[in-house]
Design a binder for this molecule. Structure first.
Ligand SMILES: C[S@@+](CC[C@H](N)C(=O)[O-])C[C@H]1O[C@@H](n2cnc3c(N)ncnc32)[C@H](O)[C@@H]1O
Length: 229
């Protein structure tokens, strides 16, 4: 992503972080956070496993993941907004082995094959065009063989007023590109994962796209970042 655009987007999310949880609570029918539990369940994580939550924001998914990996596992949430991570820090206090890392999803500071699973909740459509491709390439790289990546994303709302609000929000992020992603996630995933599955959620308002890496590792042709931690 171009550096000026990236700085502008980080500032936007830093400002949004102050009201983000209240905004979600006001607009979501999933007040108990049941969808986060569904997402965590579908990771098939076991105690002791390691999981990465991409674009973790205020960390809404981290507690559900930490309940599955337990004290012996590790949950890592990454986000490029320091404001969002500051909110997340409060949420994970006392929740076991959870770490927060400030990083861009396009360039993950982890070794190849570091995680059993990765998740991304209601954030992937904000990574557009080349960003989405780079993020998926990176997720595929840091997952172990037979690893799972679960992306939970909004369905386009059926109710007219909610649909209008949904499009207004997309508009603020560049409607054309966002719609391109919304309509073609499965095709996008097929370019990066061995198998792709679509899972409907019980609310009908969100869907999960599950991509699995190959059972055997494939030699990486492209980038190979060393861990910076
Ligand atoms: C709509 S919020 C979703 C937060 C959270 N996953 C949730 O379910 O509530 C989108 C998040 O993606 C982060 N984000 C967007 N682009 C990113 C990028 N390229 N690298 C890292 N984080 C990014 C933003 O800072 C923001 O916290």
């Amino acid at each position: 992503m171009n550096a000026v655009r990236s700085r502008y987007r980080v500032r936007y999310y830093d400002a949004f972080s102050r009201v983000y949880d209240r905004f979600v609570a006001a607009h979501s029918s999933d007040r108990e956070g049941r969808l986060r539990d569904v997402l965590a369940e579908r990771t098939a994580l076991r105690p002791g496993d390691r999981v990465l939550d991409l674009c973790t924001g205020t960390g809404a998914t981290l507690p559900a993941l930490a309940r599955r990996t337990g004290e012996t596992g590790l949950v890592v949430g990454i986000d490029f907004s320091g404001g969002m991570l500051a909110q997340a820090r409060r949420k994970i206090a006392g929740k076991g082995a959870v770490a927060l890392v400030r990083a861009d999803a396009e360039r993950l500071p982890f070794r190849d094959g570091s995680f059993h699973a990765a998740t991304c909740s209601h954030a992937f459509y904000e990574l557009k065009g080349e960003s989405a491709e780079l993020a998926l390439e990176e997720v595929g790289r840091v997952l172990m063989p037979d690893g799972r990546f679960l992306m939970m994303e909004h369905e386009v709302p059926r109710k007219r007023l909610v649909r209008l609000l949904f499009y207004v929000r997309l508009l603020s992020m560049g409607l054309g590109k966002a719609l391109e992603i919304l309509g073609s996630e499965e095709e996008l995933f097929r370019r990066h994962f061995a198998t792709v599955e679509r899972i409907e959620t019980e609310t009908g308002q969100s869907k999960i796209i599950l991509g699995r890496t190959r059972a055997q590792p494939v030699p990486q042709k492209g980038r190979n970042h060393e861990a910076r931690r």
